[in-house]
Design a protein around this ligand. Structure first.
Ligand SMILES: [Fe+2]
Length: 412
C-alpha cells in the first residue's frame, strides 16, 4: 500500500496542519525504521481494581473469545495472559495486589466524577511486536516520545528487558508498548513467578466459558476488530498523529457525525488482510468543545464521556462471524443468547443485513470491572467497508443515553 498516495475516506475535514504533518509523519516513520522494526499488534493490556480480576476473566469468557492461558505474580501485580486465536493479539489483565495501589492511573481516574469508584480500572494500551525494544526507543526518543525506564514505575510490567512502554499519552491517556520476544513467553519477559488462581476462581471462569459453549456463542465471536478511544475535541488531530508516529498504521479516514457533534477517525494496519490480526484503532472526538456546543445544544455523548471518565478507551469491538443461525443473523443470535445469560445491551442491534453487503453492530453496557463497553460487529455478505455513518450515529446516541440513564443527570 502506498501511503503517500492514499486518499483517506469519509467526510470529516482535517486542518491544513494535519494535511501537512500526516505525510511528514509517514516519511519520518519510514526513515527512522519504525515501519521495518515494528509489526502487528501483539496484545492489549487492561488493568482492573484489586479483587476484580477473576470476575472480569469470567465476564470475558462469557462474552468473547479470550481464555486464560498463564498467570504470574510480580512484586505489585497479578498478570493474567489470555488468548483467542493464536494469530490474534493476546489480552493481558493486570490486577494490583493491594486495594490501596496508587499510581498515575489512580490519580487520573480520581479526577473524573464517574471513574472515581474504580480508581485502578483502565484500558492501558496496545503492545506491538518489534525486532528490538532498544531500537524502537532509539528511533522514537528523538521524536519526543517518552519511555518508562527502571525506577519510573513501581509496576515492573512496564519496563523489562524485552518489553517497553511509552508514558501515558496526554491526548489519549493510553500507552503504547513494544515486545521483542514472544508475548506468550512470560519467562522470557522476566515474569518467572507462576501463580495458579484458587480452584474456586478457576471454576468460576470455566463455568462462564461452558455457558458460552452451551449457548452456541463460542464459535461465532472472533477476535478484536477495533478499539475506540474518546478524546477532547481540539486534540483529535494531535492524538492521531502521535499514534501514527509510534505504530505502523495509517489514517484510513474519518466520518463527521454532525448530529452527535462528533467524528469517528479510523487508523488501520496496511496490508494485513485480516484486521483481526492487528485490529484497527479508532479515535472519537467532539467537533466543537462542550462549552461551544452549548450554543447549539446538540447531543454530545463523546465529550460528555470524556468529561465524566477522562480521556480513555471507550469500547472494544469483537468481530462476529458472518452468517445465520436458525433464521437470524449471527450477531442477533449472539446478542439474544447473551441477553438471556444476563448481559445487558444498549438499545438494539443497528444496521440492516437483508440481502446486500452491510454491517450490524451493537454496544453492551459497560463492564463494571474494566469500564469498557463491548461492541459486536458483523460484516454481512462480504461488506468491505469498515463503518457506516448511520450506524456510528445510532451507536453514539445509544451510549450517551445509557450514560445519562445509569448515572442520572448530574454530570450531563
Ligand atoms: Fe466501534
Amino acid at each position: 500500500m502506498d501511503l503517500m498516495n492514499y486518499s483517506p475516506l469519509g467526510d470529516k475535514k482535517n486542518s491544513d496542519f494535519f494535511e501537512e504533518y500526516l505525510p511528514r509523519v509517514y516519511r519520518r516513520r519510514a526513515d527512522a525504521g519504525i515501519d521495518e522494526i515494528v509489526g502487528n499488534m501483539a496484545g492489549v493490556v487492561i488493568q482492573v481494581d484489586n479483587g476484580d480480576a477473576i470476575a472480569y476473566l469470567a465476564e470475558l469468557a462469557l462474552m468473547g473469545p479470550y481464555r486464560l492461558t498463564d498467570s504470574r505474580l510480580t512484586a505489585t501485580h497479578r498478570i493474567f495472559l489470555l488468548r483467542s486465536r493464536p494469530e490474534y493479539p493476546r489480552l493481558i489483565v493486570l490486577e494490583p495486589l493491594s486495594p490501596d495501589w496508587l499510581e498515575e492511573i489512580t490519580r487520573w481516574n480520581r479526577m473524573y466524577p464517574l471513574s472515581r469508584t474504580k480508581p485502578n480500572a483502565r484500558y492501558i494500551g496496545e503492545i506491538y511486536k518489534t525486532s528490538s525494544c532498544a531500537d524502537v526507543r532509539t528511533a522514537l526518543e528523538p521524536q519526543n516520545i517518552r519511555f518508562i525506564y527502571e525506577g519510573d514505575q513501581a509496576n515492573s510490567f512496564y519496563c523489562s528487558d524485552h518489553m517497553t512502554f511509552s508514558f501515558l499519552s496526554d491526548f489519549t491517556y493510553n500507552r503504547v508498548g513494544y515486545v521483542d520476544v514472544d508475548l506468550d513467553d512470560l519467562d522470557a519477559l522476566g515474569f518467572r513467578e507462576r501463580f495458579t488462581p484458587a480452584p474456586d476462581d478457576l471454576a468460576t471462569i470455566d463455568a462462564a466459558a461452558a455457558l458460552q459453549t452451551e449457548h452456541g456463542i463460542d464459535g461465532l465471536v472472533l477476535g478484536l476488530d477495533h478499539m475506540a478511544t474518546r478524546i477532547l475535541a481540539d486534540e483529535r488531530e494531535d492524538a492521531i498523529l502521535e499514534y501514527l508516529t509510534m505504530v505502523p498504521y495509517y489514517f484510513w479516514g474519518a466520518y463527521n457525525i454532525v448530529e452527535m457533534n462528533s467524528s469517528t477517525n479510523v487508523t488501520r494496519r496496511p496490508d494485513v488482510g485480516d484486521d483481526r490480526i492487528s485490529p484497527a484503532r479508532v479515535f472519537t472526538a467532539n467537533n466543537t468543545p462542550s462549552f461551544v456546543n452549548s450554543f447549539e445544544g446538540l447531543p454530545m455523548p463523546t465529550e460528555d464521556f470524556v468529561r465524566n471518565f477522562g480521556r480513555r478507551m471507550h469500547h472494544m469491538a469483537y468481530a462476529v462471524v458472518d452468517g445465520d443461525v436458525a433464521g437470524e443473523k449471527n450477531v442477533d443470535y449472539v446478542v439474544g443468547e447473551l441477553n438471556e445469560l444476563g448481559t445487558e445491551f444498549l438499545a438494539h442491534v443497528v444496521g440492516e443485513c437483508k440481502d446486500e453487503p452491510n454491517l450490524k453492530q451493537i454496544f453492551s453496557r459497560a463492564s463494571v470491572y474494566s469500564l469498557l463497553i463491548t461492541e459486536y460487529i458483523e460484516r454481512c455478505h462480504g461488506y468491505e467497508g469498515f463503518f457506516t455513518r448511520s450506524n456510528v450515529a445510532a451507536l453514539t446516541q445509544a451510549a450517551g443515553e445509557a450514560e445519562r440513564y445509569e448515572h442520572g443527570h448530574v454530570f450531563d
